[in-house]
Write a protein that binds this ligand. Structure first.
Ligand code: FE
Ligand code: CA
Length: 502
């Protein structure tokens, strides 16, 4: 009954906005605050997070978005239809300057496995409408259409790939990091603001706001719930825990990381469980998609040992030291514990850097920033899922700005047994248009089956028996409007790891 009354009040209020604006109140109407769009994320069987941030002047250098220090009441509605004739939930929350007037509403009590629409109202203005979705209930396994993406460099091109993702109306979108880039303006296709490499909280807020003003990115957020995890560029290229990559800009790196993590939280549809504390933020987490799939989202930046022998691709015996970790001990134990729970048919590990072995030359040189620079860490996790009987493990990866597909081997030297599958998405824009067929396949890495150098994303449709995989690519990102086409498809059978030609 309370909900019904609330609905009547809210609908009446929203219907009355036009009248109010037509009258004397128009002179005092606030500037439109929803310039950064809306988003949903973190779906469970009974809810999700709704996000927006009030920012009538999103690129103001102080990072405050044109808002005063005043608290602002933000009303929200969730409906079962696009026209909001049937409200399923509604309420209000308070946006405060300490969190850049961002809003994170954790909606619960909804029906499992269905789509919803949501919107906000603040300062007499109504937001765009977003589409969200709940996960299916435990014990059920409806098919899942999921897209994943990474590496969206604003300057490298237009976000047409995000637009194409929105048009696919997926159930779920994973973002595997490099959602923003921290670098100074370089004027490739579009220009970064602030113009210098970002390092302060105000800087990170403005950079996030710049990205969020992109209409194609807004479309992707508005089309489906997201599950985001960061990589390095949300803070600084190739940083490792509290070890900075270089000394520029000068300043305390711990404070810089804290600023970057806070701004990331402020701009993502994350739960309060992810609230930053000091210079840390708990980002690794598990989400269930009914009994079909469990998503294990990793953070391979915050707890890692520094790159062995420094960054880059090189020969480095220290990369194989048993003591080295990419995840930290606690996250590794958490992952293996979760894999041992067998909560769903599929275990999908969403993470950042190339997982399978990828030798660059016969001398054994390999990327020190990827799992190849932390081979004991990789070995413990692989052996861990083998020991627990996980036979439908799929690792999802970003970071390297090209499409790749690999079989994960129990032993990369003997190539004895396929124990999992890795799908690496190309970038949204990073690297520019690209050349088409990749040049990365090598007899040094017989388990690596596919490489394609164009921008795009990966589409998966998962059922209890198989996962179909389509690598999607756009011809150009330096001009708008390219179509997305499928450049390679695979099938992965549940219980029988490895890539099969579709
Ligand atoms: Fe990247
Ligand atoms: Ca990266």
């Amino acid at each position: 009954m309370t909900q019904l009354n609330r609905r009547t009040v809210l609908l009446g209020g929203i219907a009355g906005v036009g009248t109010a604006l037509a009258g004397a109140a128009v002179a005092r109407a606030a500037a439109y605050p929803f310039t950064l769009g809306v988003a949903s994320g973190e779906p469970t069987a009974d809810g999700f997070v709704l996000w927006t941030r009030l920012a009538p002047s999103p690129l103001n250098a102080d990072g405050l978005g044109g808002m005063s220090s005043a608290n602002v009441t933000v009303e929200w509605q969730v409906a079962t239809d696009q026209n909001f004739t049937q409200l399923a939930a509604s309420g209000s929350t308070t946006a405060v300057q300490a969190w850049a007037h961002s809003v994170h509403v954790e909606v619960a009590g909804l029906q499992a496995n269905r789509e919803y629409w949501y919107r906000f109202r603040a300062s007499g203005q109504i937001s765009p409408v977003g589409r969200a979705r709940t996960a299916p209930a435990a014990g059920t396994s409806p098919a899942l259409k999921m897209l994943f993406a990474s590496c969206s460099h604003y300057e490298a091109g237009y976000f047409t790939a995000y637009r194409r993702m929105a048009e696919e109306a997926p159930d779920l979108i994973l973002h595997l990091g490099d959602y923003i880039y921290e670098g100074a303006a370089g004027s490739a296709v579009r220009t970064h603001v602030p113009s210098a490499e970002i390092s302060s909280l105000a800087n990170y807020r403005v950079r996030h706001a710049l990205y969020k003003t992109d209409v194609d990115l807004q479309a992707a957020h508005g089309a489906a719930p997201w599950i985001p995890v960061w990589d390095d560029h949300e803070v600084e290229n190739n940083y490792a825990n509290l070890v900075r990559n270089d000394s520029s800009p000068a300043g305390d790196f711990t404070a810089r990381r804290a600023a970057a993590y806070k701004a990331y939280y402020e701009h993502m549809p994350l739960r309060s469980a992810q609230l930053p504390a000091s210079h840390n933020m708990q980002l690794y987490r598990r989400l269930r998609w009914g009994s079909l799939a469990t998503f294990h989202l990793l953070d391979t930046r915050q707890y890692r040992d520094d790159q062995a022998c420094g960054d880059g691709t090189k020969v480095c015996a220290d990369a194989d030291l048993a003591s080295r970790t990419l995840t930290g001990a606690a996250q590794e134990a958490w992952l293996l514990d979760g894999l041992g729970q067998h909560l769903g048919t599929w275990d999908i590990i969403g993470q950042q850097v190339f997982f399978a072995q990828r030798l660059a030359a016969a001398d054994g040189s390999r990327s020190m920033d990827s799992w190849d620079g932390y081979t004991a860490s990789r070995g413990r996790i692989q052996a861990g899922w083998q020991a627990r009987g996980n036979t439908s493990t799929v690792v999802l990866t970003g970071d390297v700005h090209q499409h790749w597909a690999s079989n994960i081997m129990d032993n990369y030297t003997t190539q004895n047994q396929v124990i999992g599958t890795e799908l690496v998405t190309t970038s949204i824009t990073s690297g520019g248009d690209g050349s088409g067929a990749g040049t990365g396949l090598s007899s040094l890495n017989p388990h690596v089956k596919f490489n394609w150098n164009k921008r795009g994303y990966v589409r998966t449709v998962t059922t209890p028996t198989q996962m179909t995989v389509d690598f999607r690519a756009l011809n150009q990102v330096t001009v708008r409007g390219s179509a997305a086409t499928t450049v390679r498809s695979y099938v992965i059978q549940a219980g029988s790891p490895g890539l099969q030609t579709a």
